[in-house]
Design a protein around this ligand. Structure first.
Ligand SMILES: Nc1ncnc2c1ncn2[C@@H]1O[C@H](COP(=O)(O)OP(=O)(O)OP(=O)(O)O)[C@@H](O)[C@H]1O
Length: 311
């Protein structure tokens, strides 16, 4: 297996009155899309800032492409792109010029073809010569994303990349992120739109109060913490469930017409219960199922003292 693109060992950041990051250990693989999730103030931006050189860590090690940033703080960071939360560019340059300047920052020559490619990818072609200050909020965000990617970074941090953007850009960006990852670029994403993480992420990390609570494949998290809820409505109230149905851990509503079953990891599939009910000839008028979203799962992880420790 190739060495990780990014490795954090005991990363800690303390401010006078608060520890923003506490002993964070994390390994990011090449080509994955990793979503870092957590409530406001959890430490996500601090974590990204420490890696990108915007925040000075208190202790711990950061290895970027196998190189310790304490030994070489500059070289490895040339291969990193950051889409920050806040819009921060020179308002007087045109869109295209901003991208050329960005290339220069990273020691790359002017590259019309690459700039055009980025403008097309982010749907900014017709704003090429517009000065940044004359762009709308959503277009500024597109420019911010183009700037972070124009130098072909191997590792990209997207800190709330779609905050305040329209649905169309969100979809465009998701597609673009998927394409980058399939070409081998590694993506670390923070987002409050859990739908975004659910769509994109291969793995998720959950951080709260500076501590990494969990790091796991998204599919595993959903399986372990997620649940399927089956709600069956009967035509008439049921005085008692038939014996085979009682083997399932169900709840019958007060009016005895609605039966709810939670299918979790290790419990019988909801379909088994349905088969039993049908076989018993119970008069069913409605069946509804609902699967947990990442949002439900995150709430449960943040709530539970029984949350598993970080990987
Ligand atoms: N310069 C600073 N001085 C003191 N405390 C700070 C400083 N910068 C950040 N913090 C604190 O560190 C904690 C982590 O902040 P951080 O911005 O990393 O959170 P976040 O997870 O990115 O939150 P959000 O989702 O709101 O962006 C917060 O409690 C914040 O108030």
């Amino acid at each position: 297996m190739s060495s990780p693109v990014l490795e954090l060992q005991g990363l800690t950041k303390s401010y006078a009155k608060l520890t923003a990051l506490s002993n964070v250990n994390l390994s990011i693989r090449q080509g994955e899309i990793f979503a870092l999730l957590g409530p406001n103030g959890a430490g996500k931006t601090t974590l990204i800032g420490s890696i990108c050189g915007l925040v000075k860590k208190t202790s711990g090690r950061i290895l970027l492409f196998g190189k310790d940033l304490d030994q070489d703080p500059v070289g490895p960071r040339y291969e990193v792109g950051l889409v920050p939360q806040e819009i921060n560019f020179d308002p007087f340059f045109s869109v295209a010029e901003s991208l050329h300047i960005q290339l220069g920052f990273y020691g790359r020559p002017r590259d019309e073809a690459r700039v055009d490619e980025m403008l097309t990818a982010l749907n900014l072609q017709n704003k090429k010569d517009t000065v940044a200050r004359a762009l709308s909020g959503g277009m500024r965000r597109r420019l911010l994303i183009a700037k972070a990617l124009v130098h072909r970074p191997k590792l990209v941090f997207l800190d709330e990349p779609t905050a305040g953007v329209d649905v169309e850009l969100r979809r465009d960006l998701w597609n673009y992120v998927r394409k980058l990852a399939s070409e081998g670029t590694t993506i670390v994403l923070t987002t409050h739109y859990l739908e975004e993480a659910e769509e994109l992420a291969d793995r998720v990390g959950v951080i709260n109060e500076g501590r990494l609570l969990l790091v796991e494949d998204k599919a595993t998290v959903m399986r372990r913490f997620g649940e399927k809820r089956l709600v069956v409505t009967f035509e008439q109230p049921q005085s008692e469930l038939p014996e085979p149905a009682r083997r399932f851990n169900t709840t019958l509503s007060e009016d005895r017409r609605t039966l709810t079953y939670l299918e979790r990891e290790g419990s019988a599939p909801a379909g088994d219960l349905l088969r039993v009910l049908y076989a018993q000839g119970l008069p069913i008028s409605d069946v509804e199922t609902r699967r947990s979203r990442l949002e439900d799962v995150l709430i449960e992880i943040l709530r539970g003292p029984s949350s598993p420790k970080a990987a």
